[in-house]
Ligand binder design. Sequence first.
Ligand code: FAS
Ligand code: PHB
Length: 391
Amino acid sequence: MRTQVAIIGAGPAGLLLSQMLGLEGIESVLIERQSPEYVRSRIRAGILEASTVELLKQVGVGERLAAESMEHRGIYLQWPGERHHLDFVKLAGRSVSVYGQTEVTKDLMLARERAGQQTYYEATDVELHDVGGDSPYVTFVDASGQPQRLDADAIAGCDGFHGPSRKAMPEAEQRTWEKEYPFAWLGVLADVAPSTDELIYAWHPDGFAMHSMRSSHVSRFYLQVRPDEDINAWSDDRIWAALTTRLGAGQHGWKLETGVVTEKSVLPMRSFVTTPMRHGRLFLAGDAAHIVPPTGAKGLNLAVADVALLARALTTWLRDGSEKLAETYSDTALRRVWRCTHFSWWMTTMLHRHGDDFDAQLQLSQLQRTIASEAASTELAENYAGLPIGY
Ligand code: FAS
Ligand code: PHB
């Protein structure tokens, strides 16, 4: 088999790339380890930057998003006794949208099905070959157990943190940075109407908590836990008790509504960046190249920004014969990657309990400064609401 772009991974990055390339007449084949049902069911990010929303609408997957997403002007920052709203529209001139990554994935999968996209789900033994040469190819075993070979003009590694693409980059050329945080998130999905109009990020002596949401009747919560936390140690009652305490129920008459927990899982927290994001005819995009702690709501949005750049680079190279954007892809993408990596680290270290009481005092001072200073609030607002694509 042969195609123009072999895309490894059919998560948001791979699906969006195939959609954008398809609109430009560039053919691609998606190779995905999991089943379509598994990909469709993963619960992950929840916040879309304005530039992500705009791009999804431009590439033809914005209809349900426009109808079902919830536009948020900002977020609340909270610590015991205080809750303050940050208005991104006032501070940075743009809002964010609440629309689960699960929904973005479903919309993209439907669009690719309608476009007749060739996708190999449940592919195993995926290996990349000759990525530094002129004739790269991918070998894999398809769902029926048949060995397959796919020759391509270029390979896009959109296979997330654990995929094979990053490992296909020559080690001698690669430099990676990694930071493991001394805590994790217990993610909770519950069938209960949100008790807040916009997200609450709460610093608390017991640990961080967040009140997010998925719709007017489904809420999403996060609790800071130990990295090795046993999920079985968290009964629903214990979850609601911790959220009630950490989110400040009872303060200023605010009440947290509880409901049926439908999903809970422990999510590790790490920062990770690998450079470069290109070697020869292999290009990395999304979690294959970088991981951010989810406190800044950047993971999915950063994957979208990579793909917006990569789609343009591959189109102008493979269709128009100009390799210029392909040559600058890695440096351009990494500028935003490091900006989002810093912001996600800053939000994470400001809001999560770690270290001693001195550290706690510094965190509270940082929070108070962020609220008190318009310049500090604007810096948070500009980063959270997202920088222009191509920043
Ligand atoms: P993905 O990991 O989504 O997709 C990679 C795809 O490649 C997957 O479908 C995988 O099955 C496939 N793959 C892997 N190995 C393969 C192989 N050998 N062969 C073929 N295919 C292979 N971000 C936020 O902003 N907010 C959040 O709250 C948040 N929560 C998260 C929770 C979890 C558990 C995880 C893992 C991530 C979370 N993220 C969050 C980050 C997340 O949203 C990512 O940024 C986003 O999924 C990035 O999309 P992709 O780069 O497409 O990677
Ligand atoms: C979510 O709703 O899943 C979410 C929202 C904001 C974050 C992280 C996760 O920073």
